[in-house]
Design a protein around this ligand. Structure first.
Ligand code: PEP
Ligand code: MG
Length: 596
């Protein structure tokens, strides 16, 4: 049987499936005859067991995951919760029910507190489920454990599940929910795990079913023949060879350069990105630094963060996106309103326009970080910041620097970093003019906008009159073009950047960029799909930015096509009548070109 979903990347995996256990059912609320003290002894053991287990997992994972898991272990040992459980046992609640109610009570409390505390509510749920599982003697929820490698089948994956994925064991992912830009897909891409999301029928896959997962075609073959297995194993070996190939600049077969950049959410991944051949950063998602913040970060805090990132890319370019709040990336200090349709609400540049000082501070911090990294002043100098205009008279230690003059210089020495700044969710000329003029006023040298709202593509010629560059966010551009929520599995089939409507919009921006002689990047997940990346270049895109793990595949695919071939593939894609037809026609023509 062949199950169909949306493939993430083009990897393959061969192996047995293992299901993620469903969440435990809510314990019933029938009076219990068991002795409260005996029940509490059982619970006490379960609390201690779960706390120790979480700590051990944390120690194995290290890093941020360890902090999260240690915090969860503390929740399991919280004396206030233990007292609450004891009271409920005295009220003739069963052990399961008492645990369930006590944790639910604290969960509601956290939710009421809002912000960072509210985000910990799901962690508390997870602890509660683990304890109840221990009491029932069943497997705890979360990623199952296995001695041997397996393909994980899940409804969907929560961030907490994914933090601890053991990549020596989980060789592939299949989920019922999720589209190509869902959390699972992004994780799979960033960790190079072959994955297929939005798979109808995934819930019927029995544990141990030996399958061939082919992300390139988005299929799960549940009854592979010997030939299917041999073919998949050859594909896995070929991909490993691509990953091991020497690093080189992104270029087409005819030598046309297509710089390959990295998408990053903090400086932590910088080293790995450079090691994988990133020629710079095409999307630095600054909101990821402040997702837990309840107040807008200060200029000083931001300067420190940006400096860390910029220093890792000296000699290269870093495109920074100003805070993109809203929908899938809530920032309570920018928009705390409950909105009926958050994806269509006060988000991105709209939220920043409504809180201009936050935007001013961020642009100021970026200009200062750039000035400091590029040697306008000694490293250790204190930063003097009061207002945006301070950039013109920045003082670093004893040195007074005319930053404006330094910024005006168009030369980019090899020991400096080139900082470009862009705004998310820009709709039109008015948004562009607002952002670009404010950025320039505050000392940003290169200011551009993201094309995520279809209207921007339609008026791209006007936008290029003022913006220095446009970077296309295909995740949101697809969501808005097809009116399909990027987080919803039920419409995942529509959330496909291969759709000719999306590609035509990309082509409009590409043409406008060429006419204006200005760069057009793509920094959405589409850039990480090797064959689609070639199509994007054929549509006029000049740089591609992606999760670093995808760089090798994209580099290899670009090197197989000339610009003329990429343009031919683009023509074929935009004249197709559906995303599937575009993908199929381009795959076919590309294979024919390779043979010819
Ligand atoms: C996009 O929308 O394509 C994009 C790059 O931004 P994000 O995924 O962060 O919304
Ligand atoms: Mg976006």
């Amino acid at each position: 049987m062949l199950l169909q979903g949306v493939g993430v990347g083009r990897g393959s995996a061969v192996g047995p499936t293992l299901r993620m256990p469903e969440p435990l059912a809510e314990p019933t609320d029938e009076p219990s005859d068991a002795s409260p003290s005996a029940e509490f002894a059982r619970i006490h053991e379960a609390l201690a067991h779960v706390a120790a287990d979480l700590e051990a997992r944390g120690a194995a994972a290290g890093g941020e995951a360890q902090d999260v898991l240690n915090a969860q272990a503390l929740m399991a040992q919280d004396p206030t919760i233990a007292d609450d459980i004891q009271v409920r046992l005295g009220d003739r609640k069963s052990a399961d029910r008492a645990v369930y109610e006590a944790f639910a009570g604290f969960r509601d409390l956290l939710l009421q507190m809002g912000g960072y505390m509210a985000e910990r509510a799901t962690d508390l749920d997870d602890v509660s489920q683990r304890i109840i599982a221990r009491l029932r003697g069943v497997q705890a929820p979360g990623v199952p454990e296995s001695e041997t490698p397996f393909i994980l089948v899940a409804h969907d994956l929560a961030p907490a599940d994914t933090a601890l994925l053991d990549l020596t064991k989980v060789i592939g992912l299949i989920t019922r929910e999720g589209g190509p830009t869902s959390h699972t897909a992004i994780l799979a891409r960033s960790k190079s795990i072959p994955a297929i999301v939005g798979v109808g029928g995934a819930e019927e896959l029995a544990d141990g079913t030996f399958v061939v997962l082919d992300a390139g075609s988005g299929t799960v073959n549940t009854q592979p023949t010997d030939d299917d297995l041999a073919e998949a194993r050859a594909a896995i070996a070929a991909r490993a060879a691509v990953a091991a190939a020497p690093l080189s600049a992104g270029a087409l077969a005819d030598g046309t350069l297509v710089p390959l950049l990295a998408n990053l959410g903090s400086a932590d991944g910088a080293e790995e990105a450079v090691a994988l051949g990133a020629e710079g950063v095409g999307l630095f998602r600054t909101e990821f630094l402040f997702l837990d913040a309840t107040e807008a970060p200060s200029v000083e805090t931001q300067v420190a963060e940006y400096e860390r990132m910029l220093r890792a890319f000296v000699g290269k370019k870093v495109v920074v996106r100003v805070l993109d709040a809203g929908a899938d990336k809530p920032l309570s200090f920018l928009n705390d309103e409950k909105e009926e349709n958050p994806a269509l609400g006060l988000r991105g540049i709209r939220a920043l326009r409504a809180s201009e000082q936050i935007l001013r501070d961020q642009l100021t911090a970026l200009a200062i970080a750039e000035a400091r990294v590029n040697g306008f002043a000694p490293d250790t100098a204190p930063v003097q910041v009061q207002a945006a205009s301070d950039l013109g008279s920045l003082e670093f230690g004893d040195e007074k620097v005319d930053a404006a003059e330094a910024l005006a210089s168009s030369e980019q020495p090899a020991n400096t970093v080139e900082v470009w700044v862009m705004a998310p969710m820009v709709a039109d000329y008015d948004d562009t003019e607002y952002f670009v003029s404010l950025a320039r006023e505050l000392g940003v040298r290169v200011a551009g906008v993201m094309a995520e709202v279809p209207s921007l593509a339609v008026v791209a010629d006007q936008v290029f009159d003022i913006a220095d560059f446009v970077s296309i966010g295909t995740n949101d551009l697809t969501q808005y073009t097809l009116a399909a929520d990027r987080l919803l599995g039920s419409v995942a089939n529509l959330q496909d950047p291969w759709h000719p409507a999306v590609l035509r919009l990309v082509g409009m921006i590409g043409r406008a960029g060429r006419d204006a002689s200005k760069p057009v990047g793509v920094c959405g997940e589409a850039a990480a799909d090797p064959l689609l990346a070639v199509v994007l270049v054929g549509l006029g895109v000049t740089t591609l930015s992606m999760t670093p793990a995808a760089l090798a595949d994209v580099r290899a695919e670009l090197s197989r096509h000339t610009l003329a071939e990429a343009q031919e593939l683009a023509r074929v894609a935009v004249t197709a009548t559906s995303a599937a037809a575009a993908r199929q026609a381009v795959t076919r023509l590309s294979a024919a070109n390779a043979v010819g």
